[in-house]
Design a protein around this ligand. Structure first.
Ligand code: KIV
Ligand code: ZN
Length: 512
């Protein structure tokens, strides 16, 4: 049986603190998701901000095969805005996802509505959405903490009003696999008309059970599963695409379900998302974590060398992880670079490719060997280059164990330059302070991670950091052979995101 994969990386995934993406970044991820083979892409919640609106609109005019979905509350304005964002896409390739909370706790404290009012809203707004959309998904938020007879009534009402997919969210990740499976079975048997619509599940991972619950759901009749890449999402995240899909693949002896996912693109997709958001999966994260194909103990190494399957249930190549790390060098041409990127499913337009190629040759001149990871860094660096943001033009750092570390920076946006110098308790601290002074900002550094990209002395330093500015989180990333430079680039990138999001960059250049 074929299970539909509804990817919500760009909507629920983006709700992870620090994971917000620009319109260009969302489009890049959407193209990757299309290559990966997802059936539906939930591109955002358009009413929530102009960036969300633009992103949904842009994704809808860029990807071809998947159905593009926009989220709306049971509110007329939300539905109108999703319609506006998706109206130019053909009807069988666009969907609206309307939701309302149904559990007693949400009814009493959040919505302050009685059951009858909820039913009335479901009836009214699913029907309203149906005027514009052939495909309407309806979700009962916090379904797993809703009284089952009421839940049946809610879903029955949504189907009568025209819903074509019924989604069952475990919004707070509360359900247990056997009880969630049982709930799906009860709905499948008890909701009139449910056999004529898709039955979807949307599981959160607060107890680490999102994948197990989603599997229990398909074993009890669910036809669609909502997932995110790297399992990102609200709080502990959502059901991870890679874990769900690979479980079906590895255990096909027990689970006779298929998806349209090209599993060999899972790792490149995961890396692209990591580079764009700066959210690094834990090293031991199943499927895509750094460590999952490493064997530390002597007994395990011996076993794997004798016969790989002694300690491995899947091959790195099944998910597109290459054991070949060395890729290109200074003599590699454009053709080799393009081919290499394509093996990872990365397709770039000519202009972007040219920028990537220039950065690649610059790096190949500084560094003898360029590794796959270096390439991912360059690609994401180019793709996330804020169009109008500040660039680090020059910097100088004086440091040592007997002098006060000092940094001087020159930043530029269009034709406006800003300069400043500062001291700090180390070279990185000094350069951050110099940037703050140049821009007149005082961000709070919430997170700072530095790691090597590539191996040995040839590695580059990659810095990922998160800043809190005006109460909101912005992440940035920088890569360089010099870790102070990588830190400064990451810092400026995060600040640029803030300036762009708040519309604080003047047209002529500079901060408002
Ligand atoms: O977790 C949830 O309930 C949601 C809904 C909007 C489906 O994300
Ligand atoms: Zn959710």
């Amino acid at each position: 049986m074929r299970i539909k994969i509804f990817d919500t990386t760009l909507r629920d995934g983006e709700q992870s603190p620090g994971a917000s993406m620009s319109v260009e970044e969302k489009v890049e991820v959407a193209l990757m998701l299309e290559d990966l083979g997802v059936d539906l892409i939930e591109a955002g919640f358009p009413v929530s901000s102009p960036v969300q609106f633009e992103a949904v609109k842009k994704v809808a005019t860029t990807v071809q095969k998947p159905i593009v979905v926009g989220l709306a509350r049971c509110v007329e304005k939300d539905i109108d805005v999703v319609h506006e964002a998706l109206k130019d896409r053909q009807k069988d390739k666009r969907m609206i996802h309307v939701f309302i909370a149904t559990s007693p706790i949400h009814r009493k404290y959040k919505l302050k509505m009685e059951k009858e009012e909820i039913l009335e809203r479901v009836r009214r707004y699913v029907a309203y959405a149906k005027q514009f959309f052939d495909l309407v998904e309806f979700s009962a938020e916090d379904a797993t903490r809703t009284e089952i007879p009421f839940l049946i009534e809610v879903y029955k009402t949504a189907i009568e009003a025209g819903a074509t997919t019924i989604n069952v969210p475990d919004t707070v990740g509360y359900a247990l696999p056997d009880e969630f499976g049982e709930l799906i079975k009860t709905l499948k048997e008890g909701v009139p008309g449910i056999k004529d619509v898709d039955l979807s599940v949307h599981c959160h991972n607060d107890l680490g059970l999102a994948v197990a619950n989603s599997l229990a759901a398909v074993q009890n009749g669910a036809t669609q599963v909502e997932v995110t890449l790297n399992g990102i999402g609200e709080r502990a995240g959502n059901c991870s695409l890679e874990e769900f899909v690979m479980t079906l693949k590895v255990r096909k002896d027990k689970l006779s379900y298929e998806t349209g996912i090209r599993t060999e693109l899972i790792y490149p997709a995961s890396r692209l998302l990591t580079h764009i958001t700066g959210l690094i999966p834990a090293r031991n994260k199943p499927i895509v974590g750094e460590n999952v194909f490493l064997h530390e103990s002597g007994i395990h190494q011996d076993g794997v060398l004798k016969h790989r399957e002694t300690y491995e249930i899947m091959k790195p190549s099944d998910i597109g992880r290459s054991s070949e790390t060395l890729v290109l060098g200074r003599h590699s041409g454009k053709h080799a670079l393009r081919k290499k990127l394509e093996t990872y499913g990365i397709k770039l337009d000519d202009e972007t490719f040219q920028k990537v190629f220039e950065k690649f040759t610059e790096l190949a001149d500084r560094k003898k060997e360029v590794y796959d990871d270096d390439l991912f860094s360059i690609v994401s660096e180019v793709l996330k280059e804020p169009l109008n943001g500040y660039k680090l033009v020059h910097f100088h750092v004086h440091t040592g164990n007997t002098l006060l570390p000092t940094a001087a920076v020159v930043l530029q946006v269009r034709n406006e330059k800003r300069e400043a110098a500062e001291t700090g308790n180390g070279p990185v601290d000094a350069i951050f302070k110099a940037i703050d002074k140049a821009l007149g900002l005082q961000p709070k550094l919430e997170e700072y991670i530095i790691q090597a990209v590539g191996t040995g002395k040839n590695a580059q330093g990659e810095v990922k950091l998160t800043l809190k500015i005006d109460g909101e989180l912005y992440s940035g990333r920088g890569v360089s052979t010099d870790i102070v430079e990588a830190s400064a680039i990451a810092y400026i990138n995060a600040i640029n995101k803030y300036l762009i999001a708040k519309g604080l960059l003047r047209k002529s250049g500079g901060v408002e």
